[in-house]
Design a protein around this ligand. Structure first.
Ligand SMILES: [Zn+2]
Length: 341
């Protein structure tokens, strides 16, 4: 079993034929229980003959009898690409710390830019936590809104608003201090919009920290405790309670930087998937404590400990992505858009 992939070259070394890549995907998507993507039945048999394409199975359920492969009903459905290209694309998306554009990906993989664009979106499609596998945020949870996008174009005599009240897309961001975070696009920053989302994300026994925005006042009552900081009074950490929302702001900063740096012109309709990608990266890191010994010129020794957040191994991330792949089929439209059958 492949437990580590160090580079794109490593993929071709460890998977010399496409069959190896297929077995890797079968293991990641099905584990030991191969199931029919049409009816969910656990009994099926491989179809083997010279005329049959490799990796084809037939469901043994009497009223199903459908044929399927490991990519059926996943974002890889009906792909014509070598499966190793898919694995390499996943590798690139998961190991680029700030995301990768389709232009760069097409160059690295030797595929058409539009193909790379579809690959990127298919991988992002796997990144949202729609099945709630990640569980609820708990402990101290900070919530903030992010207004996505850079400065508006300068126009003489027009004073642009900042923050609330601009026409920019708004993302609601929640970040627990233990390293997990969530983000979703919301149509407005009103309490009625945010409350159900926050209740779904955050364990009621958590301590909630927000800014002083009145929309949060009522929501705060749903949690064990609610502290606020007053950003408009330049209070970034409350001295008495120790409350701050620096973690949520750090997530915001990562979102802003990724969107400005890589995806210069991105459509609003794809924005949520880019958010999912950025949050996937944030949520798949583990803290690593580093102890450094220092020696000064005078011979004085001191030790310094720092915590670095490192991404979890890429193969583990791939397995995490692929285990929920069935049922997320998406297709390309003739006009190079995307559709979900
Ligand atoms: Zn079936």
């Amino acid at each position: 079993m492949i437990t580590e992939l160090k580079s794109v070259h490593d993929i071709w070394k460890r998977m010399p034929t496409e069959r190896h890549a297929r077995l890797f995907l079968e293991n990641a998507i099905w584990g030991d229980d191969r199931f029919c993507p049409h009816c969910g039945s656990l009994s099926s048999r491989p179809l083997r003959s010279a005329s049959v394409r490799p990796g084809l199975y037939q469901c043994a359920e009497r009223d199903c009898r459908s044929q399927f492969t490991v990519t059926t009903k996943t974002p890889l459905h009906a792909t014509k690409l070598d499966l190793r290209i898919w694995i390499a694309a996943m590798f690139l998306v998961l190991t680029s710390s700030k995301g990768i554009s389709s232009v760069v990906m097409s160059r690295l993989l030797g595929v058409n830019q539009k193909t790379a664009w579809k690959l990127g979106h298919a991988i992002r499609e796997l990144m949202d936590d729609r099945h709630g596998v990640a569980g609820r945020l708990s402990g101290v949870v900070e919530v903030d809104e992010a207004f996505i996008g850079g400065k508006p174009k300068f126009r003489h005599g027009v004073k642009n608003k900042r923050g609330r009240g601009t026409g920019k897309p708004i993302a609601l961001v929640a970040a627990a201090r233990n390293g997990q975070a969530r983000a979703v696009l919301i149509p407005n920053a009103q309490g009625g919009t945010m409350k159900p989302i926050m209740k779904g994300w955050i364990d009621p026994n958590s301590v909630l920290i927000t800014d002083k925005n009145s929309s949060y006042r009522k929501i705060g009552a749903s949690f064990a405790n609610h502290f606020t900081v007053q950003h408009n009074k330049r209070e970034y950490a409350n001295r008495k309670t120790g409350a701050h929302i620096n973690t949520a702001e750090a997530v915001n900063a990562v979102v802003q930087r990724a969107l400005i740096g890589v995806y210069h012109r991105l459509g609003h309709k794809h924005l949520q998937r880019y958010l999912d990608e950025i949050l996937w990266r944030w949520n798949h890191r583990v803290p690593e404590t580093k102890v450094r010994k220092r020696k000064s010129c005078s011979g004085f020794r001191s030790t310094e400990t720092t915590t670095v957040w490192k991404p979890i191994p890429v193969v583990d991330q791939m397995r995490g992505l692929l285990c929920g792949a069935v049922g997320r089929e998406m297709r390309r439209t003739p006009a190079w858009g995307l559709r979900w059958p």
